[in-house]
Write a protein that binds this ligand. Structure first.
Ligand SMILES: Cc1cc2nc3c(=O)[nH]c(=O)nc-3n(C[C@H](O)[C@H](O)[C@H](O)COP(=O)(O)OP(=O)(O)OC[C@H]3O[C@@H](n4cnc5c(N)ncnc54)[C@H](O)[C@@H]3O)c2cc1C
Length: 219
């Protein structure tokens, strides 16, 4: 029952609060945010649901309840296919939880559409980065894109692995965005061509990584 407008009230200077600022500001319009729920967003399980990449990079788990019990699974397992989740007929999604991001981490969400409000994402990218104590070497990286396989947002796992152990900096960011090309399986539709999406997704990933870098170094 938590709405996007409820999330708006949690915006602050923490990694989670700043991530919310990125998402909420580009989510529908004020009237949509008043009625749209977190649960409905995840259960819709499609490529245009903005909270899916966000919770994927936070390594979220979802709790489902039924009359006689509960179960909790990673969000990644919950998302089975486009418009298909692991929910059984007698269950509802009741809770989303994730580990609190450390002070050495930052998150970013970037979304590209045709307008500034009521945006259906042509491409979107969410990134979580964590560094060592010196805030220099990447120790954890999670990247989720809404168009990786064209159906539901997914993690770009090979790029994530490539980032580990590298210094946080412009060179690393540039080469991560270039490597992304191998993982993409984009499709054309009436909103954008494959060629456009290919370029746009790299730009968004670069922006998200640079935003994380600023978040980590600026702390
Ligand atoms: C004009 C417009 C603009 C929009 N803009 C955006 C946008 O910018 N970003 C974005 O991500 N989405 C956007 N949406 C899509 C939609 O508003 C969101 O996905 C919203 O979060 C869905 O939540 P809801 O509560 O309306 O879910 P519903 O649409 O009511 O539910 C979706 C599905 O999930 C099921 N369901 C809902 N909650 C649960 C639960 N807790 N447990 C089990 N099943 C459940 C429902 O039965 C239904 O099958 C937009 C929609 C409109 C109409």
């Amino acid at each position: 029952m938590t709405t996007i407008a409820d999330l708006e009230a949690q915006i602050d200077d923490s990694a989670w609060g700043r991530l919310l600022r990125d998402v909420v500001g580009k989510f529908g319009s004020p009237n949509i945010r008043t009625v749209a729920t977190v649960g409905g967003n995840l259960c819709a399980a499609s490529s245009s649901e903005d909270l899916i990449p966000v919770f994927l990079v936070l390594d979220a788990k979802v709790k489902m309840i039924r009359k006689d019990g509960t179960r909790e699974i990673p969000l990644q397992e919950f998302l089975v296919a486009k418009r298909k989740t692991a929910l059984r007929a007698d269950e509802i999604l009741a809770e989303v939880s994730f580990p609190e991001p450390s002070a050495r981490s930052a998150c970013s969400f970037q979304k590209l559409g045709m307008r500034n409000i009521l945006i259906i994402a042509l491409v979107s990218a969410a990134v979580f980065l964590e560094t060592d104590d010196a805030r220099s070497t990447i120790t954890q990286a999670r990247i989720a894109l809404n168009r990786l396989k064209g159906k539901i947002p997914q993690r770009a796992e090979s790029v994530e692995k490539e980032l580990l152990g590298h210094k946080l900096g412009e060179g690393t960011i540039k080469s991560a965005a270039e490597r992304l090309g191998d993982e993409l399986a984009l499709t054309s539709d009436f909103r954008a061509s494959v060629e456009y999406r290919q370029e746009a997704v790299k730009v968004l990933l670069r922006r998200a990584l640079a935003d994380c870098q600023q978040g980590i170094l600026g702390k």
